[in-house]
Design a protein around this ligand. Structure first.
Ligand code: ARG
Length: 587
């Protein structure tokens, strides 16, 4: 099903073509900013008039005369200097609504040409706990995957974990020195111990060159596939996995071991990357290191900027691994598109990566490469969120705290619920609140992390949305108590009545779900979706206050029940299917 805005755009585009003897004119249709002016507005005539240097208002009149849209809209109106205002016909709204109600995707359209899309997200570093800095990549990446899957694409999730770096050399050298027994039983070392050992090891490296040299030798052993070193390393990876898998599960993130393609996966492909770039004449030695100088990248001083792929001691780098990963994704995974989700600080890295891969001919214009960035999570003081002692906030602790606070709210509001039920609600609300707060902020901006705000029952928050959902579900329960068979009424529905303005306004918003989906997907901005859902909950509230549902006459009740049903379906679909946030039947 095409979205309403697409349908209208097509018609207006054709009318502009007719009126101007042009082809494929842009209709520029947007939702109206104020319901006073209608439901949609087109600036198309205005824009074309500027191009053709004619009077926009006269052109708009010609466009309206050529416009065939009376199956969708009431007679269009021209406003201001040449805008065309459009108002949907109630009959059209009714027909759409019926269409949506029988569509499992609630009007969301599948892509015409499904693609194979690799999404690289989360990518925690082994032997360290996940911290708040991993929150956005993890949940944004997951939402991107869900959106693409819903649009019918084949999504290949790749967790590019940092499991091959110098940290292992330090860790192993440290243990060899102080806790040799742990190397015999590396499987019992916990993630928090590992993290502490790593910190100590790093501090030691910084002040003792001899130890630093030991650590370097351990990395070399690892990179040369020394059996014993690999065994210890493997256990550390396992310990890390034991830490982050439960976090993914708690957050409702579809990632597991099968999606893992860590840095180590590419270890035997790195030498080829360097050799192939050398053979192609693209990689050169510079100050002992092997570098590529992609065109157009300059240092502050105006010198060519190097993309370093091998250090003078022979070690490969983050960049080398990413080049190998890109080749693998194109050649083996057959990606049509690769999406990387990391914070904005890696912007330059990915720009250079894409430039080098293109120049080397490892990818071409048919393959779309995207770096989807995001801003930082800030504390209430407006600075990057840290603990009091200045450390990164551990993701697990943050999530535990959210659930704990949600539980206190549930205790207070619903003391009569069973312990199990309270637990379930607290989980859904606490985790949902953290995720929703993140999604509802424009991903490119920083945002302030506030438990109080995200757990508030009022405003654009998860608890508000979850409550709105539970409230609609309670109508079903009340109906049952009163002996009203809602299923049957919905099945035998004869006529939809949208006579009340609140009914019509709600219905018009319901049929725009696919529009919200399309705008959220266009640039992967889930905040378009949360805004839509929030507005939906508000429109529902207005409707519910103005229009009795169960107390309505037998004539009208089925129609109102249908509005309730589609509203709850869309809220659930948006929260659960697109954002991976749990809904609750009773709250
Ligand atoms: N491990 C990296 C980090 O913590 C993220 C990996 C992103 N993906 C990639 N292909 N470079 O920053």
């Amino acid at each position: 099903m095409k979205s309403v805005i697409e349908l209208i755009s097509e018609r207006i585009g054709l009318a502009i073509d007719k009126a101007t003897d042009q082809k494929a004119s842009a209709a520029i249709v947007t939702p109206a900013t104020d319901a006073k002016f209608g439901d949609y507005q087109s600036n198309g005539a205005f824009a074309v008039a500027k191009q053709l240097k004619t009077n926009p208002r006269q052109l708009a009149e010609k466009v309206v005369a050529a416009l065939q849209i009376d199956d969708i809209c009431l007679p269009p109106e021209i406003a201001g200097a040449g805008f065309i205002n459009l108002r949907l016909k109630p009959q059209f709204v009714t027909d759409r609504l019926v269409g949506i109600s029988s569509d499992e995707n609630l009007g969301i359209e599948k892509a015409e040409r499904p693609q194979r899309v690799v999404v690289d997200f989360s990518g925690p570093n082994i032997a360290k706990q996940m911290h708040v800095g991993h929150l956005r990549s993890t949940i944004l990446g997951d939402a991107i995957c869900r959106m693409l899957e819903l649009a019918g694409h084949t999504v290949i999730r790749q967790n590019h974990i940092g499991d091959w770096g110098t940290q292992f050399g330090m860790l192993i050298a440290y243990l060899r020195e102080l806790y040799a027994e742990k190397l015999e039983q590396p499987d019992v070392v916990s993630i928090s111990d590992l993290e502490q050992f790593y910190k100590n090891a790093k501090a030691w490296c910084d002040k003792d060159p001899n130890f630093a040299e030991d650590a370097r030798k351990e990395v070399v052993k690892l990179h040369n596939n020394n059996k014993d070193t690999l065994r210890v390393w493997g256990e550390f990876v396992k310990a890390s996995r034991k830490h982050y898998q439960p976090i993914y599960d708690t957050l409702g993130i579809n990632l597991n071991e099968s999606n893992e393609r860590g840095e180590s996966f590419y270890r035997d492909k790195l030498a080829d990357v360097v050799n192939d770039l050398k053979k192609a004449g693209l990689a050169k030695e510079s100050d002992g290191a092997i570098c590529v100088f992609p065109e157009g990248f300059k240092t502050k001083e105006g010198e060519p900027l190097p993309f370093i792929i091998q250090k003078s001691d022979g070690a490969f780098l983050y960049a080398t691994t990413d080049l190998a990963a890109l080749r693998y994704r194109v050649n083996e995974l057959k990606a049509d598109r690769i999406i990387y989700v990391t914070d904005a600080r890696q912007k330059l890295h990915f720009e250079m990566l894409f430039a080098v891969a293109k120049t080397a001919g490892w990818t071409d214009d048919k393959i779309k490469l995207d770096h989807i960035t995001f801003g930082s999570v800030l504390g209430e003081d407006g600075k990057p969120l840290k603990t009091r002692s200045g450390e990164n906030v551990k993701l697990k602790e943050l999530l535990d705290e959210a659930v704990k606070r949600a539980k206190a709210v549930v205790e207070e509001k619903n003391p009569e619920l069973s312990g199990d039920e309270k637990e379930k609600i607290a989980n859904a609300v606490g985790i949902g609140a953290v995720k929703y707060a993140d999604y509802s902020n424009n991903r490119t901006s920083d945002y302030i992390f506030s438990f109080d705000k995200m757990l508030a029952m009022e405003g654009n928050t998860a608890p508000y949305m979850q409550y709105a959902y539970a409230r609609i579900k309670s109508i079903d329960r009340k109906a049952k108590e009163r002996g009203i068979d809602t299923e049957k009424e919905l099945k035998n529905i004869k006529r939809l009545s949208l006579a009340e303005s609140a009914e019509l306004a709600l219905a018009k918003h319901l049929i725009r779900y696919s529009e919200a989906f399309n705008s959220a997907t266009a640039d992967f901005k889930p905040n378009f979706l949360t805004s839509y859902l929030y507005e939906l909950a508000q429109k529902f509230s207005t409707f519910y206050n103005a229009c009795p549902v169960l107390d309505a006459s037998d004539e009208i009740r089925p129609s109102r029940l249908l509005l309730c049903k589609i509203t709850s379906q869309i809220i659930r679909h948006g929260l659960k299917n697109l954002l991976g946030i749990k809904t609750i039947e009773r709250m």
